[in-house]
Design a protein around this ligand. Sequence first.
Ligand code: ZN
Length: 322
Amino acid sequence: MSDKPGEGQKLVFAADLGGTYLRVALVDESGKIHHQAKQRTPKGDSPDYVVDALASAAERWRSEDGRRIAAASIMVPGTVDNENAVVVQAPNLPALAGFPLKAVLEERFSWPVLLENDANAAAVGEMWMGAARGCRDVVSVTLGTGVGGGVILDGELWRGAHGSAGEIGHSTVDPFSNLKCKCGNTGCLEMFASATAIVRMTREDLPHFAKSVLHREELTAERVYDAGRGGDELALSVFKRFGVYLGIGLANLINIIDPEIIVIAGGAVNGWDLFARDMQREVAERAVRVTAQQVKIAVAECGDNAGLLGAARLAFDKLAGE
Ligand SMILES: [Zn+2]
């Protein structure tokens, strides 16, 4: 996309610093994306690689739109500290742990820089431009490699006392499971309701389903989904388990937070037609009845751009408040 922004219109340089891809965009105050680019996230032991990649991505647009860029807003796959200045931990980008990314980038960019957790930014993006438009109490749940979560209360992002609110993926849904999660706990929601979990549960159950078409395939979440659409019993049972565990996790959330809407995002949401019924049944049975009947559970609408949009929105809000 390369629509010309209007004269005098402010823009935010938003970056989605993922474990695999670095995606960047210029976003205006109406939520319109003017430029967008994607590259592989540079790997290395030093955070300099990441800083250089962000700086060169921004440099590309500086000559054309530099005067209109009012801030940079960077989403990271991890926890940022209370001042949103230092990446406390980022399991998929370990070089950034403890790194003062905000200060270093502000020196390079000459724009104010915001850092935000990726799942938090995605929740804001869906409230601004997606499925949760017009809502004030929103939970977003991202079903990808892991399970991420973002919580918005009365229109404000809820980061928690230590910056780790919304870690829905690490809420326990099965205390008897021996499956060790990367967080160190066992029985976490993301061990059952992520794309990774779909593949693992399929592999575990293969011996019990001699006729499954999945014996002949290299397993990916997408292939398991395709098999399920074709009526494969193994795939259907995996998505059923996925839905039951997700429903338990959502019921817990509903009982604690009582949101207007839960937005479900991430790659594994593609399996919605195979897991939604079981998910909704668990919610109906386990959440407080009056809430369960009213809370909306909806598929996200912004796709991969939710985080970029949310990061931009947070920067515009910050600029307006200064
Ligand atoms: Zn965990």
